[in-house]
Design a protein around this ligand. Structure first.
Ligand code: AMO
Length: 440
């Protein structure tokens, strides 16, 4: 049955491949009826596929009665195959239309639809997410995910070219890598396990074998805070490099960002226009501010943060106002504010080799140089109230030859906010998960 269906209904062209030069040629196009107009003696369907749209024109005089009558039952979002002849017509969009000899309905859509999927009628984000598949058919959404695809391609290409090897670590773990508070516990054959919050300790272990590694994967945080930049499942781009300092991997980060932005500007012109998003290639190197300098800047603007405390949202917002449309690093964080795997500075252990990459007020990336001695690792764990016995598996690696190493983790979804000029992280994730959303 399937085979014989595609013997007859094999698509010959995508909509975007139908040009006036094909005038007089027989074609088969497949897609979704986006708009439908009935003027009595002539009907029009706008057929949309994954690459664009084409007009199907059905004049009573020029098509069979069967085709003309069958067209009347077609409604928005029906899935169609259209066999017909291409006709150049200056009045049609893009100067071309198809006059059908046969229309096949592959799938119907039930009306009323929960959402108007051409994007003409704005809808609230929750209504949109509840009908996400219809929502994704809107030109804006398709533009966002095209950009996301291109950005990921570009990231892989850049890191591979720089000698990083792609790895996949486990999502089921036995001990927290980012502190215990935001873990999702699992029942693991009657025992306890967790969903990975990051690939941190594994990527560090793997530099003892491959030296330069990267991972692109889904990670999980049981985030209670319901904000526009937190999800319970997010995509992280992680790198780790042996014999490298924090400054070395910061250079990898800024060059990567500049290359990805350049690639998006070049390859996603149309998509950026749809999103009304004006991207510009950032100047290199990015500014590097120390944590203490940031505190001073904030204090001068009436926002006091005690040395040793993390930046509040209010402080980050204020900082963002001082750094409009800018990427910048914050370096030299107090050791106590950073995870146990970050290395304190030799000359002043109150400060550590950690950095954050910010875009305006949003943290895009965290990273740093790592603890590379076993004794110091145990000390850091204890300082942060963690039990070294739970990290036995990782402590062993220090007995097998651990090089000095550094790395970072970049929130892909947050980076996408920059690349698509969006403000809510839910816009740039296909099926976002947060405290209140597990479906669809
Ligand atoms: P951190 O916990 O700062 O560092 O996470 C790295 C980056 O991941 C993104 N991110 C999130 N994005 C959306 N929703 C969330 N709930 C969320 N949590 C984090 C942010 C953040 O900057 N192991 C370290 C990285 C390293 O040192 O290599 C880590 O996970 O953009």
């Amino acid at each position: 049955m399937e085979e014989s269906l595609f013997e007859k209904w094999r698509r010959t062209h995508y909509s975007s491949e139908i040009y006036e030069e094909l005038d007089g040629k027989d074609v088969i196009v497949c897609g979704w009826a986006e708009n439908f107009r009935d003027l009595g003696n002539i009907q029009f369907i706008t057929l949309r596929d994954s690459r664009g749209k084409v007009q199907i024109t059905i004049p009573k005089k020029k098509v069979s009665t069967d085709v003309f009558d069958a067209t009347k039952s077609i409604r928005q979002q029906f899935v169609l195959g259209v066999a017909g002849v291409v006709k150049a017509n200056k009045e049609a969009p893009r100067g071309v239309e198809i006059i059908p000899s046969e229309i096949r309905i592959f799938g119907k859509a039930s009306h009323p639809l929960p959402l108007e999927p051409t994007g003409k009628i704005p809808a609230d984000i929750d209504v949109r997410l509840n009908a996400r598949i219809l929502d994704l058919r809107r030109p804006e959404c398709r533009a966002i995910f095209r950009i996301r695809h291109e950005a990921l391609q570009s990231i892989r290409k850049y890191l591979s070219r720089e000698g990083f090897m792609e790895i996949q670590t486990s999502r089921i773990i036995g001990a927290a890598s980012e502190g215990g508070s935001a873990l999702f516990p699992l029942d693991y054959f009657g025992g306890k396990a967790y969903l990975a919050q990051s690939p941190e300790l594994y990527k560090e272990e793997l530099v003892t074998v491959f030296e330069k590694v990267f991972e692109i994967g889904n990670f999980f945080r049981a985030e209670k805070s319901h904000t526009r930049r937190h999800l319970s499942e997010f995509i992280s781009i992680d790198i780790e490099e042996a014999f490298a300092s924090a400054e070395d991997v910061m250079k990898v980060q800024e060059n990567l960002i500049a290359e990805v932005i350049e690639h998006i500007i070049q390859s996603c012109n149309k998509e950026l226009d749809i999103l009304n998003c004006k991207l510009k290639k950032p100047d290199l190197p990015f500014n590097r501010l120390t944590y203490s300098e940031v505190l001073e800047k904030l204090a001068k603007n009436g926002c006091e943060i005690k040395w040793g405390e993390d930046l509040t949202t209010k402080a980050s917002r204020l900082l963002g106002e001082m750094h409009r449309e800018e990427f910048y690093f914050i370096v030299d964080w107090p050791s106590e504010t950073r995870p146990f795997y970050i290395k304190p500075q030799e000359n002043d252990p109150k400060i550590c080799y950690a950095f954050d990459l910010m875009y305006e007020w949003i943290e895009i990336t965290s990273g740093g140089a790592r603890v590379d001695s076993k004794d110091l690792f145990i000390k850091r764990l204890k300082e942060q109230g963690l039990n070294p016995d739970s990290f036995d598996f990782h402590l062993k690696i220090y007995d097998y030859g651990m090089p000095p190493h550094s790395g970072w983790g970049m929130g892909m979804d947050r980076f996408m906010l920059v690349l698509s000029c969006k403000e809510n992280i839910r816009e740039v994730v296909l099926f976002p998960r947060d405290r209140y959303r597990l479906v669809p």
